[in-house]
Design a protein around this ligand. Structure first.
Ligand code: MN
Length: 484
């Protein structure tokens, strides 16, 4: 059987049985679902995904926090946390064409609502953080078609519930969905959209991958799965949608620049409520789903948002920066940069100047990368203390720091600015710039002398046995007459 959310949950139960919990008690989709996840985070006693089976106002269960741990995301690509970045990169680069199936073989067509039957309010859409403007669909990559090439692109955007058949559409202006939208706007045409909610984690991760050019996410999903993503023709839109998704929401976006509506706020990846203002919206034309569909959501501005956004970006950076400098050895996007803003990149440096080239490549791959720290390959980029140790011992700010003001970033960072350097403006459409920084924390290229870091011989450390340690029971234990 082809892979989907259900095969993954089975795999999760076998590999990490404590990683999925069920709640039978009735919960309100407004705050009560996310409150449980926040409680789990505070208790630090495992951080499972949770399936809420009894959600007020809907017959469908809600799955949340599935992407809230790197163990679970690594499992989705059949590896562990230590190896997840190169493995993600390897699978991402293995583009695999989707396979079209007939609707009879597509579970997502078991239930089809069109016309007056369309009612988003019957789905257990969640209100996540206190000051969010309402209920948001936030876990399904939205598929659109590039009108110039016919290629389908998929990216995760936020979709505010606005009416029974109306959903907001807010995408980062630097992301492909916005490029496609602006192209339809130039052509004076509407844009068809299909949001596929609930699938194997390979699907949302593919939606985050930073690929060269518009499109390719369905092929990346196949690469991550290790088999073609099964797709089926949309019900009311000319798009191929994942056949084994739990739910697909189809709609049409009026790209008339006057057809905008107030949207937000919503807790965003920097963990602030950002990005409020006028945005287009979707008229929903169909909802299709499995007979026993599971609705999935991502806890925004929380651990799940960070992890889901970070692993695909790390894999993409690792793959694409190595296309520029092949001696890059590892990439980490740490939590201190929300899994976006700080890039810690290690490399086996042979020539001075290479670290800047690495940083240029990282900026080009992802506009949300703000500060690039390049270290030598003897440093573990997953150990933030080691990275900052290099900042103290291998870096001089007047020589090794480069600052690039007025560069493209995202519109959701609280201190990003516009061309007039206004950080306080509320016009998010203009506040897409940030100041980028490159920190070259590497030693001078060989053969220049550089002192050796201190260490006990590794082989002797291996031989040391902590079983030789005994409790200290008093001075009499050690203070006794000794003969020379
Ligand atoms: Mn894309």
């Amino acid at each position: 059987m082809s892979k989907d959310l259900r095969t993954y949950l089975q795999q999760l139960q076998e590999r990490y049985p404590d990683h999925l919990k069920i709640v039978d008690k009735e919960v309100d989709p407004k705050w009560e679902i996310t409150a449980m996840v926040e409680k789990l985070r505070r208790e630090q006693n495992g951080f499972p995904a949770v399936l809420f089976c009894n959600v007020k106002g809907s017959n469908l269960p809600v799955l949340i926090n599935l992407a809230g741990s790197y163990e679970r995301l690594a499992l989705a690509i059949e590896t562990n946390v230590k190896n997840m970045v190169p493995e993600y990169a390897r699978r991402e680069g293995n583009f695999t064409a989707p396979k079209e199936v007939d609707r009879g073989e597509a579970p997502v067509k078991e239930v089809v609502w069109t016309g007056d039957q369309v009612d988003l309010r019957k789905l257990p859409i969640v209100w996540h953080n206190e000051l969010d403007s309402g209920y948001y669909v936030d876990a399904g990559p939205a598929i659109v078609k590039d009108p110039d090439t016919g290629k389908q692109n998929a990216g995760i955007y936020r979709h505010e519930l606005q009416a029974k058949d109306e959903l907001g559409f807010m995408s980062n202006p630097a992301h492909h969905g916005s490029y496609v939208l602006r192209r339809y706007r130039e052509m004076g045409q509407p844009m068809e959209v299909a949001i596929a909610v609930g699938h194997h984690p390979a699907w949302p991760m593919a939606g985050v991958s930073k690929l060269g050019g518009i499109g390719g996410e369905l092929e990346v999903a196949g690469g991550l799965l290790g088999e073609p993503l099964e797709v089926v023709q949309g019900e009311t839109v000319d798009l191929l949608v994942p056949a084994r998704a739990e739910i697909v929401i189809e709609g049409v976006l009026d790209t008339d620049p006057e057809k905008l509506r107030h949207e937000g706020p919503f807790g965003e990846y920097p963990r602030f409520y950002t990005g409020v203002g006028l945005m287009p919206w979707l008229k929903v034309t169909a909802i299709t789903m499995r007979r026993d569909a599971i609705y999935q959501t991502v806890f925004n501005a929380h651990t799940e948002h960070t992890c889901l956004g970070a692993l695909p970006r790390m894999g993409s950076l690792f793959r694409r920066v190595r296309e520029v400098i092949p001696t890059v050895t590892m990439v980490n996007l740490p939590v201190s940069g929300m899994g976006r803003g700080h890039a810690y990149i290690s490399m086996k440096k042979a020539r001075d100047g290479e670290p800047k080239q690495v940083a240029f490549a990282a900026f080009a791959v992802d506009p949300l990368v703000k500060h690039v720290f390049v270290v030598d390959d003897d440093v573990d980029v997953f150990n933030e203390e080691e990275v900052l140790w290099c900042m103290c011992t291998r870096f001089q700010a007047d020589r090794d720091l480069a600052i690039i003001p007025f560069a493209l970033d995202g519109h959701l960072s609280p201190n990003n600015y516009d061309i007039d350097r206004d950080e306080r403006s509320e016009d998010r459409h203009k506040k897409v710039m940030a100041t980028k920084m490159i920190l070259d924390l590497t030693k001078p290229a060989p053969p220049t002398f550089y002192p050796t870091p201190c260490a006990v011989p590794e082989e002797v450390v291996q031989r040391a046995d902590t079983a030789d340690l005994k409790p200290f029971e008093g001075l009499e234990q050690i203070l006794r007459p000794r003969t020379a």
